[in-house]
Design a protein around this ligand. Structure first.
Ligand code: FAD
Length: 456
């Protein structure tokens, strides 16, 4: 018998329960990836993510070929395409991983119905995209956790399966046609400093992180210039690294750095279980509704200055330029740039989330939208009215100013922490730097924020 494995956000051979189940079921499998017209039409297939995806698909194809198989790539509607491939291969069963967004849930339902109409079955595997499946831990009489601390306590108690190894051989039936593998070389507007994708790359990064980085993570994760985080986020987003395996590795290593890293993976699962239960949280305020936002159109010039990294607040600008150049931004940068847009400028968080999703290689509906909501005070932050001060944040998390000098080269001549406040330099020295004055007085921003929140 033959079965089809539909790859989605799980582009790996290690710890791949859908593939494992398909191989157990029959002699041959069709490893299939569908370039989904709906995702492309919705604007989600941005240059950075499409480039990283191209690497992932090429790597998956290469890894399958090493095992005697290959990847089949097709374009079109997922349900129609999978049915077509299943018919060509004579497959009665299709395996895939469960995912959390509203779109992913509808895709699964449509696919199940379309396959059933042809007399075929869909098998959906849990605990692939997250370490703990959404809904596996819930508070009493509710469908999901809205408070991270309570979630984390239960999450920690869960027994995770042992990570599965990669199969040694994969046999693919003859005669199933594939499109050419997409290549990143053909793409325009990809960030110049974008990281490379693919399972081998992700596994190498995870191994190096466990060996060289994880132990110091607790102390160094907020150091903007030190770049001391794992950078596994795009691999977790595309599934080239398994979250189950990442948790196992960290627990095996032990120590405070590993525990802090596991806690971040728990945050990832937390946001995924919120989105799985409340798909509308991708667009609507999750916990507290706020309606007095300035719109992107109404604050056009300020939003553009923020996007371009020209707000006059060096650490904000450094982080926004890192985003443009790498398609990735340090978490501390994400926090303070998001706070600057949503709270200091009081612009609707959705405008900021959209810009992040356009550029982030790890851009993810669960993590991006719910972190934006956390920062904007509409989501799960227990202190929704805190406002980050970009100068204080800069001095705390980039104490020597090295991060600012790296990303804002026009200020590279200013030594030490003075780089965080160029407006304080003597006028003649200030005039040497071609860098804007602050876009807004922080006190004015705070006053507007308090007025708006006070009225709601
Ligand atoms: P590490 O610090 O090494 O953490 C390890 C892993 O834990 C990450 O790869 C990620 O999968 C997970 N993680 C870490 N922090 C968080 C968090 N706060 N929430 C959920 N998971 C987390 N992360 C995304 O993956 N995609 C996004 O689109 C995204 N958008 C964000 C938007 C805003 C406004 C903010 C404040 C945070 C956002 N994050 C997002 C979370 C976090 O900033 C990134 O996951 C992290 O910076 C990625 O770098 P890393 O892999 O080196 O992280």
């Amino acid at each position: 018998t033959v079965s089809v494995v539909l790859f989605t956000a799980d582009l790996r051979l290690h710890d791949q329960p859908a593939l494992r189940a398909a191989l157990k079921q029959g002699r041959e499998v069709v490893p299939l990836f569908v370039r989904d017209g709906r995702i492309e039409a919705a604007g989600f297939a941005t240059p950075n993510r499409t480039a990283f995806l191209a690497d992932c698909l090429a790597a998956l194809d290469a890894a399958l070929r090493e095992r005697g198989g290959r990847l089949v790539v097709r374009s079109g509607d997922v349900a129609e395409t999978v049915c077509k491939v299943a018919a060509e291969a004579g497959a009665a069963d299709v395996h895939m991983s469960a995912d959390v967004s509203g779109y992913a849930q509808r895709r699964e339902d449509r696919l199940r119905a379309a396959l059933a109409a042809d007399g075929r079955r869909l098998h959906v595997h849990d605990g692939v995209v997250t370490a703990v499946p959404p809904g596996a831990v819930t508070p009493q009489s509710k469908d999901h956790f809205a408070v991270f601390g309570a979630y984390a306590r239960q999450w920690e108690q869960q027994q995770l399966r042992a990570p599965l190894g990669a199969p040694r051989t994969v046999r693919v039936p003859e005669g199933i046609g594939s499109e050419r593998m997409p290549s990143r070389a053909a793409l325009r507007d990809v960030s110049a400093g974008l990281a490379g994708g693919g399972e081998a790359e992700g596994r190498a990064r995870l191994a190096a992180w466990g060996r060289d980085g994880m132990a110091a993570y607790e102390d160094r994760h907020d150091d903007l210039a030190g770049d001391a985080t794992s950078r596994l986020s795009p691999h977790l987003h595309f599934g080239t690294v398994s979250p189950v395996e990442a948790v196992h590795r960290a627990r095996k290593k032990g120590g405070p750095g590993a525990a802090a890293f596991v806690r971040q993976l728990c945050w990832r699962d937390f946001h995924h279980q919120v989105l799985a239960a409340r798909p509308r949280a991708a667009v609507e305020d999750y916990r507290t509704r706020h309606d007095r936002w300035r719109t992107e159109e109404g604050a056009r010039a300020e939003v553009e200055a923020w996007q371009q990294g020209r707000t006059g607040y060096p650490v904000v600008d450094a982080a926004m330029r890192q985003l443009a150049h790498e398609g990735w931004m340090h978490n501390r940068g994400r926090l303070l740039t998001a706070s600057f847009l949503a709270k200091t400028l009081y612009v609707d968080w959705r405008a900021g989330a959209r810009h992040f999703l356009r550029l982030l290689v790890d851009g993810d509906l669960a993590n991006n939208q719910l972190n934006w909501q956390w920062v904007a005070g509409t989501g799960t932050d227990s202190r929704p009215n805190r406002v980050f001060n970009p100068v204080t944040q800069g001095k705390r998390y980039d104490p020597d100013g090295a991060y600012v000098r790296r990303w804002v080269p026009e200020l590279a001549g200013i030594e030490g922490r003075a780089v965080h406040e160029p407006w304080k330099l003597p006028a003649r020295e200030r005039a040497r730097y071609d860098y804007p004055d602050p876009l807004i007085d922080l006190a004015d921003g705070l006053a507007r924020f308090r007025r708006a929140r006070g009225k709601e």
